[in-house]
Design a protein around this ligand. Structure first.
Ligand SMILES: *Cc1c(COP(=O)(O)O)cnc(C)c1O
Length: 355
């Protein structure tokens, strides 16, 4: 494509920080690669974007994002295939979801092809930052903030869209105990739960801190109205194996439409599992874990991929699953999804995009 050279401005680093970075013991989200992408919205349009060295921003204290919370983000990963190709996984799905979030927060959408080209060029510029070991990847963080300098509640007229990347190792180690949450809510009908809006995460910190102080690692969110139905776990979608079926709460405006969730359901079907998207009540879940009908439970999302749930804390009593080592379904799905993302074997779904 001839436009790619002129589509964005390019300013590359003179010397890479890569050789000073420990790419073996990678903490999650603390190491940033050399470049970032930045694009400004003003006068009703997106200006020309720029690939530039990763750097701090200088902004006014009156910048609207600090006061009224117009901030959205995405999370995706690039992987190194056995052949040394850099692969993105279903990037268009993240881009479309970003625009859904933008619409909900009264922010301008970004053209899907332009966004994808920015991703490709940025990841290409930092392709040496994609870790080589098969538990690591390059985490990609696109986000948008309101940048008008103005005090007063209204949608901003200016925005900054950016993408930066972090080489990352595994997110959680091992399984988590989750607390069934029946006091706080993550998302309410009519609210912003289906958007990756920054404020959603700010609001989840206190409930999570309380759960942690009680000995849990994460929260199992229930619906806002009755606290009777399961929604998500922490910042992940949640999947159960119930009577051998791969079962997950049906999507609604209080559930984030996870790319991992969708991929896993399609893969499960492909592998011959029965799949159900429906309401799952707390009563069904707790009784099912006790009887053995609910044999596995795990959170699913880009960052951690799949996190097994070892126990659910329900009103102060922990209801425990059989040891993860004996689980049959999750390991199969985890391996299948990992192979799809890392370029091991066929891609019958057409989900991989080579950079
Ligand atoms: C990002 C996110 C997920 C997972 O989405 P993926 O596309 O699979 O990464 C699930 N729930 C919440 C609340 C999220 O923010």
């Amino acid at each position: 494509m001839t436009t790619t050279t002129t589509l964005f401005e390019r300013e590359l680093v003179e010397s890479s920080r890569l050789e000073y970075s420990d790419m073996i013991n990678l903490p999650f989200g603390r190491v940033f690669s050399d470049h970032m992408f930045s694009m400004e919205y003003a006068d009703g349009e997106w200006k020309r974007g720029k690939i530039m060295p990763f750097q701090d921003l200088v902004i006014s204290p009156a910048t609207m994002v600090f006061h009224y919370g117009q901030a959205i983000f995405e999370g995706m990963k690039a992987f190194l295939s056995p052949e040394g190709e850099v692969l993105l996984f279903r990037p268009e799905d993240n881009i479309r979801r970003f625009n859904v979030s933008a619409e909900r927060m009264c922010m301008p959408e970004v053209d899907v092809d332009l966004f994808k080209e920015a991703l490709m060029q940025l990841v290409d510029a930092d392709r040496n930052w994609v870790p080589t070991d098969n538990e690591s990847s390059l985490y990609i963080r696109p986000f948008m903030i309101a940048t008008d300098e103005f005090v007063g509640v209204k949608p901003s007229e200016r925005y900054t869209f950016m993408i930066f990347t972090c080489p990352v190792g595994p997110y959680y180690a091992g399984s988590v105990k989750v607390k069934l949450e029946r006091k706080y809510t993550r998302a309410t009908p009519g609210g912003t739960g289906y958007a990756k809006a920054a404020g959603n995460y700010g609001a989840s910190l206190k409930p999570t801190a309380e759960a942690v102080s009680e000995g849990y690692q994460q929260i199992l969110w229930t619906d806002a109205i009755e606290h009777k139905y399961i929604e998500e776990s922490g910042t992940m979608n949640v999947v159960f194996v119930i009577d051998g079926k791969v079962t997950t709460p049906a999507l609604s405006d209080t559930i984030l439409r996870g790319v991992t969730r969708d991929s896993l359901l399609k893969l499960a079907e492909h592998l011959g599992f029965e799949v159900e998207e429906r309401r799952i009540s707390v009563d069904e879940l707790i009784a099912g874990v006790k009887s053995g009908a609910v044999s596995e439970a795990f959170g699913v999302g880009t960052a951690a991929t799949m996190t097994p749930i070892s126990a659910i804390g329900c009103d102060g009593v922990d209801v425990e699953f059989a040891p993860v080592e004996g689980w049959k379904v999750m390991p199969k799905l985890a391996r299948g999804l990992d192979d799809l993302r890392r370029g091991n074997g066929e891609d019958p779904f057409g989900w991989r995009v080579q950079v």
